[in-house]
Each structure stands twice: as C-alpha cells, then as structure tokens.
Design a protein around this ligand. Structure first.
Ligand code: ATP
Length: 365
C-alpha cells in the first residue's frame, strides 16, 4: 500500500522570510494519480522535493505506506522522481541509465536486473535504443527513458516534476496519454506537478491547487471546475478564464437581482433567490464562465462587442461591460459572429452562476 499522508507540511527559506509551503495537509490514496497545479512560485516543486526527501521540511510530517518518512534519507524512500530535464547520465547508455537505479537501491542479481530493464524497455517501446547514449535521442525518447528508469525500480510512489514541459505540443499530448496508460496498467500512486491547468485537469484523478504556498482546493477535475472553492480557483482553472463582476444584490419582488450599477442586471428565479446565502444589500463577486454566456433574442443584458476572436469551433467575444471591468468574455458557437461595435444581448442561467465573498474571495455557494 502506498498511501501518502502529508500533515501540516511547512517549508520556510531565508529564516522564515519566504514561506514556500504553508502548512499543507493532503491525503493521496494508494493507486491515485494526483496533479499539483498553481502559478509559478506557489510551492509545487518544494512540495515534491520534500516528498522525495531532497528537501527537509521546516515542520510537519510525511507518511508513505503508513511509515513516517519525514526524516528518512532520499535514497531510502521507495519513491522515483521524473524531472523536466530528464536528468539522464550522458556517458551511460540507455540500458546503463535504466539499470543504474536498480544497482543502487537493491541487491538484485545481474540477470534479474537485465530482465527487468529489457522488459520495461519493451513496455516503453525503447528496446531498440538500449545501446544508445542520451545525446543520440530525441526529447521524446529521452523522456521515455527517464520514465522507464523510474518504472523499472517499481517504487511505491512516482513523483513527476513538469516532465513534459520540454516537449512540443503534439508530443506532449502523446506522452500524457502514455503516462496515463502506464499509471492505469501499473496501478501506481503518482504525484504530478505541472503549471498547466489543462494538463492537470486531463491527467489527475484528483487536482491539488496551490497559490502562495497555500492549499486552495483539492478535488476531482469536475468538482474544482464546477464548484471552485474560491475566486482564485475559479479564475485559474478553465480556459478562457472565468469572468468576474462586482455586483450589488437587490430585492425585486420575491426575486433577487444582481446589478453592477453599469448596465449589467440579472434577475434570479424566485426558487434560486430563496436558496442563496445572500440577501438584498450585500455586495458580492459574480463568477461566470465564458461558455455559460448565451446570445439572447430580446429580454437579455445589452452589451457592445469589442473584439471577435474566431478559434475554429467557437468565437470568443470580448464584451464591453463598463470601464471598471477589464475583460468580460463570451464563448459562443462559430455561427454567431457579430461585428465589432455591434450591440448584442446576452443571457445567463442561474445554475451556472458562482458567487464569491467580495472581501475573502471564498465561494458563497
Ligand atoms: P515554478 O512553477 O516556477 O517551478 P513552484 O510552484 O515549483 O514554481 P517553488 O519552486 O516550490 O515554486 O518555490 C516556492 C517559493 O519558494 C518561491 O517563492 C521560491 O522563490 C522559493 N524558493 C524555492 N527554493 C528556494 C531556495 N532554495 N531558497 C530560497 N527560496 C526558495
């Protein structure tokens, strides 16, 4: 069992001036593929390096398979790490690179090591490359070798630090699928760090979102997308990003109305109005995804189109919602293509609306 339990894990640098990881709690189940995502400097790599034993936590504990490994040396932890820059030994062949970890960490016989390397190389489709040196390989091949070297050791936990960042877009997609296939086939526990929210969403059973060293939300991709815990998660997950608008809540008969005071007025249904934890007089942040803004034919919110950006299947419309709103975008079907400066009507649906606390940014729903 390779369940990983992280408890109040903290890492400070520069005598506490930088808090890279701020009291992180996290549970990773055996066989689970967890992606860790967040903007540059949010503490992703530091977290991974503490799991690997390459960085000593300031406080907190890490358990792997029920054993407290917080003070266990990296080479005595049953984890394998795959890096962005492959970290292959340039003077060793592919075979030697893959065999090296086995030699270091086990007392396996030479024959057994050879059998394992060849078997893994076949699985990774790099068996033709075993005699080559790393500089004879393409980026994609190098990353396969780096993966093979991790897999051959059959560790309890795999740690991936942005392993696909150096590959071109097409190869990245292929390798993503490959890693997912291997993960399912080998039923491995994996922690996969990426700054790419799309990669995190497509690969993870569970996504961990960090910002500023702090945990923002943990959940299945659908959950963090549809029910973001706060404004940061709403804006970070999903592309193009969620739109935000500061609105006042007003009473209109038995319904609530959201009004930005600059032409955006949206009336919620009476059922929805009563179920919301907000009332007249409150000021909140409305969050709405671009794909949840629909063209309306009368009775909608009037707005002017600033820019139309065709992206093939859809058009992105940049809408003018007054001076105080930097960007408000709608993603509409390609056959709806207004002209710039055209006045159009838009509408929303109650169920797609997210509301955040104007002060804390926490979700109110
Ligand atoms: P990126 O996506 O850019 O790799 P990250 O999310 O992996 O970023 P970390 O590398 O974990 O972020 O860094 C978290 C914070 O800790 C940053 O503010 C960084 O500057 C700081 N930091 C990391 N390593 C050190 C160090 N050795 N000494 C001082 N500060 C450090």
């Amino acid at each position: 069992m390779a369940r990983v339990t992280i408890d109040s894990l903290r890492k400070e640098y520069d005598v506490g001036r930088v808090v890279a990881v701020d009291d992180l709690d996290l549970e990773i189940e055996d066989g689970e593929f967890v992606t860790v995502v967040g903007p540059s400097g949010c503490g992703k790599t530091t977290t991974l390096r503490m799991l690997a034993g390459l960085e000593k936590p300031t406080s907190g504990t890490i358990e792997i398979g029920g054993e407290d490994v917080t003070d266990v040396h990296a080479k005595n932890r049953d984890v394998a790490m795959v890096f962005q820059n492959y970290a292959l030994y340039p003077h060793k062949t592919v075979f030697e690179n893959m065999e090296f970890g086995l030699r270091m960490s086990t007392s396996m016989s030479k024959e057994e090591r050879e059998r394992r390397v060849v078997e893994t190389a076949e699985m990774m489709d790099i068996d033709e490359l075993l005699e080559d040196k790393p500089d004879e390989l393409s980026g994609g091949q190098k990353q396969r070798v780096a993966l093979g070297r991790a897999i051959v050791r059959e560790p309890d936990v795999f740690l991936f630090d942005e392993p696909l960042s150096n590959l071109d877009a097409k190869l990245r997609t292929t390798m993503r699928a490959e890693i997912q296939r291997l993960q399912e086939e080998l039923d491995i526990t994996a922690v996969y760090v990426t700054h790419d929210q799309e990669e995190a969403m497509t690969m993870g059973d569970k996504i961990v979102i960090l910002n500023d060293g702090k945990l923002q939300q943990v959940g299945a991709p659908n959950t963090v997308y549809n029910e973001p815990a706060n404004r940061f998660v709403g804006g970070f997950i999903g592309s193009p990003s969620m739109n935000f608008l500061e609105v006042a809540v007003e009473q209109s008969g038995d319904r609530l109305m959201l009004d930005d005071g600059d032409g955006f007025r949206y009336e919620l249904s009476s059922e929805y109005s009563t179920s919301l934890p907000v009332g007249a007089g409150d000021s909140v942040i409305l969050g709405i995804r671009p794909e949840h803004i629909f063209p309306a034919d009368g009775d909608g919110i009037e707005t002017t189109v600033k820019v139309v950006e065709p992206v093939g299947s859809d058009n992105y419309l940049y809408l003018d919602l007054g001076e105080d709103v930097d960007e408000f975008m709608a993603r509409v079907p390609a056959d709806f293509k207004p002209e710039p400066d055209e006045c159009i009507e838009i509408t929303l649906a109650d169920r797609d609306i997210r509301l955040f606390d104007a002060e804390t940014g926490d979700s109110l729903l």
